[in-house]
Design a protein around this ligand. Structure first.
Ligand code: PLP
Length: 443
């Protein structure tokens, strides 16, 4: 594997930390005790004190092919010199068409058209707008409502906040986020604690959707949106049959089904997309993150043929929507180089061989102090800890201690979420779980 060398010259002087308002961060706390990174290569970050930190979360669920990949860096460099920027409004450049053509080959069924965005949040809001417009064009303008789920994370734009189910993210914004019902989440420790892979119990939770349809009327509902596996709120794997049942209910009532695959897309489950893994065909898939290995921001919305066709019946601009950077040449170049790596190194399927040792290693934490659940699928795992009287505090403490001990994990409340780059080696899997075991037993 080719990586960019870590710079060896002495680091730049420490910057003043005040001006940058950090996202989803306790700013004041961070700035009194910062954790700064200066480089990354392969599976490791380098901290500003020179320590190597094993990346247990692929950055933020995105660096799937590993850090510092020279092939991507060179493609980006070359693209900036060749065609740095071109709008995709009434103009075209080859990279966007080429990338689209290669991407849709990875999608199941007839999910064969793609709309480019710059992030997962924008992909979600684009998908929601597409769903409403699709129904309106089909003579059903009353289908304006959505169904999301408790605990869901669909990014931070207003549509994503509306369908998302995290109370602290929705707080303050009720005036701008009406028209959504939320199904209950599928997490249940009583029935499903320490399930390996998909839990057996819980398919019937999908029937709540029938109740929402009965209450609101199918003719008011545009789409249901779900993460096939919840990521940000702690790696919640869908019960066997649950997604299938959602699909059946949507079909019965003419409701579109959107899978938000911002985390599960691009090989996390051993196939390109979770829709394929679960054998459930959504109408729309949102993606981001792994699409460019997180190296250049990009998101995407994949739609089925019938959706694209309906829009194409119009003349003129068929969908009055788009971003200055939709299909940005540099993002497309990064994405194409990333796809080359996925394919050349067999990374879309690599997790098929890693999943069993990963599962065994994750479940070795059963019995470690404070652990009340272990969940896993593909190369994802969630280690749920008994909360203290201050929810989230224990998870954060584990995150800090892991960082001190050379491991980067993500604390999703009191669940430690793990989603390493797909290039991880078995010895690094061992390092992740032995570090975690150490940290937990010292707490
Ligand atoms: C399922 C899901 N949807 C949407 C998003 C938002 O993506 P972004 O942060 O790129 O806007 C995320 C981010 O983690 C996500 O996990």
């Amino acid at each position: 594997m080719s990586e960019v060398a870590v710079p060896t010259e002495s680091p730049a002087p420490a910057p003043d930390l005040e001006a940058f308002w950090m996202p989803f961060t306790a700013n004041q706390q961070f700035k009194t005790n910062p954790r700064m990174l200066v480089a990354a290569a392969g599976m490791y970050y380098t901290a500003n004190d020179g320590r190597k930190i094993l990346d247990g979360t692929a950055g933020l669920w995105c660096v799937n092919v590993g850090h510092g990949r020279r092939e991507i860096a060179e493609a980006v460099h070359q693209q900036l010199l060749q065609l740095d920027y071109a709008s995709s409004f009434q103009m075209g450049h080859g990279g966007a068409f080429q990338f689209a053509e290669r991407l849709v080959k990875l999608l199941p069924g007839d999910l064969n058209h793609v709309f480019f965005t710059n992030s997962g949040s924008e992909a979600v809001d684009t998908a929601l707008k597409l769903a409403i417009a699709y129904h309106a064009l089909g003579g059903e303008p009353s289908r304006q409502r959505f169904v999301g789920r408790e605990r869901a994370y669909h990014g931070v734009n207003l549509g994503g906040i509306a369908v998302g189910g995290i109370a602290s993210n929705r707080r303050f914004f009720s005036a701008l986020t009406p028209g959504v019902d939320h199904l209950g989440h599928t997490h249940n420790l009583e029935h499903n604690a320490f399930s390996r892979g998909q839990p057996q119990w819980g398919a019937s939770l999908a029937d709540e959707l029938e109740a929402v349809v009965a209450k609101r009327g199918a003719e008011t509902i545009a789409a249901v949106i779900v993460e096939p596996i919840y990521g940000a709120t702690g790696v919640l794997v869908p019960p066997v049959g649950y997604l299938q049942r959602l699909r059946e209910i949507c079909d019965r009532h003419g409701i579109l089904l959107i899978f938000d695959e911002v985390i599960t897309g691009f090989g996390r489950l051993g196939v390109p997309f979770a829709a394929e893994y679960f054998g459930v065909m959504p109408d729309i898939i949102t993606a981001a993150k792994g699409i460019t290995n997180g190296n250049i921001p990009m998101g995407a919305v994949f739609v089925r043929q019938g959706i694209y066709d309906r829009f194409m019946e119009a003349s003129g601009i068929e969908f009055a929507h788009g971003y200055t950077y939709s299909g940005h040449p540099v993002a497309c170049a990064a994405g194409l180089a990333t796809l080359d790596i996925y394919e050349a190194e067999g990374l879309f399927n690599r997790v098929q061989t890693l999943a069993a040792p990963w599962e065994a290693a994750a479940h070795s934490l059963k019995g470690a102090r404070h652990v009340i659940d272990v969940r896993n699928l593909g190369l994802l795992a969630g280690i749920e800890l008994e909360p203290t009287e201050k929810p989230g505090a224990r998870g954060f403490e584990v995150f800090l201690r892991c960082f001190e001990q050379g491991l980067f994990v993500r604390a999703a409340g009191d669940t430690i979420a793990l989603s390493p780059p797909l290039i991880i080696e078995p010895s690094q899997i061992d390092q992740i779980f032995s570090t975690l075991a150490n940290v937990l037993n010292q707490l």
